[in-house]
Design a protein around this ligand. Structure first.
Ligand SMILES: Cc1cc2nc3c(=O)[nH]c(=O)nc-3n(C[C@H](O)[C@H](O)[C@H](O)COP(=O)(O)O)c2cc1C
Length: 257
């Protein structure tokens, strides 16, 4: 039996066909002036339900009802651009705990992020108590690899792999796992914005992501289920550094066709 089922309340349905026109899976048709669901083989994305002016379309099997968008939430484009312009990677953190409600908001941003085919395959591991243990495992792995990397990278030769090489003494690390890596990365980016909105600094740890994906031991310790990979790792804390200028980027590389 399908986990979710779409139902149309025929008394409420006014036959406007907005649901049928919006359905990407062509799973709704109009019959005798009323919407009719063809089957359960669709994305279960809920666009049919979201677009209905009469709330006639519902999807079963979710713990919560959808929120109603009453005031057309809109972001200010210049403000959003400034957030992107001024965000910087933070590698120095205060010894200050992240409140539970802030952590909850960051995780909520990940949970709410859209996924390809509405797969909802993204899961999260919050490293708190076990942070040091996992970092130690990754440090051990990188110390073994380092002599080879040192052969061709002056930057690697200059870099010492100390005990805080991955997490920089940050209070919290969130490992984001997914079947589809892009889904996990999208969630990570939204989580970063919510973290920043709460005054936190963030580092995307590509190094720890690599460790988790190449080491069976680390992946197992993180309880990443089979079929999923680590898509991103967010290192989070209150910043001990203030950046006064925006990032400099190369000029736009884009062609119009
Ligand atoms: C996917 C990704 C992985 C990264 N991995 C690491 C990492 O493992 N360690 C680190 O110190 N910085 C890491 N960074 C930070 C980048 O080095 C940083 O974004 C870049 O130098 C530009 O600096 P900015 O973020 O302050 O603009 C990563 C960034 C991204 C986007």
């Amino acid at each position: 039996m399908a986990k979710h089922e779409i139902t149309i309340n025929l008394e409420k349905c006014i036959g406007c066909s907005l649901c049928a026109k919006t359905c990407a899976a062509h799973n709704i048709e109009l019959k005798n002036g009323k919407a009719r669901v063809l089957g359960n083989d669709c994305l279960m994305c809920g666009q049919c339900s979201a677009v209905c002016p009469k709330a006639a379309v519902t999807i079963s099997g979710y713990e919560t009802e959808p929120h109603t968008n009453t005031e057309n939430v809109r972001l200010n484009a210049e403000e959003v651009l400034d957030v992107i312009r001024f965000r910087r990677t933070v590698r120095q953190f205060q010894e200050k705990k992240i409140p539970e409600e802030v952590l909850g908001q960051i995780l909520e941003a990940g949970r709410l992020t859209h996924t390809a085919k509405n797969l909802q395959d993204v899961s999260f591991v919050v490293l708190d108590q076990k942070k040091e243990l996992l970092e130690k495992m990754a440090v051990g792995l990188f110390r073994k690899i380092k002599p080879f990397v040192d052969l061709f990278s002056p930057m690697a030769r200059r870099t010492k792999i100390d005990n805080h090489f991955f997490f920089f003494k940050a209070p919290i690390v969130i490992v984001i796992a997914a079947k589809n890596k892009t889904n996990g990365i999208l969630a990570a980016q939204n989580m970063e914005f919510v973290a920043e909105a709460n005054g936190l600094g963030v580092l995307f740890s590509g190094f720890f992501t690599t460790c988790a994906n190449i080491s069976f031991k680390i992946k197992k310790a993180l309880k990443i289920p089979r079929g999923k990979k680590v898509a991103a790792v967010l290192v989070l804390g209150y910043p001990k550094v203030k950046f006064r200028r925006s990032a400099q980027r190369e000029k736009l590389d884009c062609i119009y066709m």
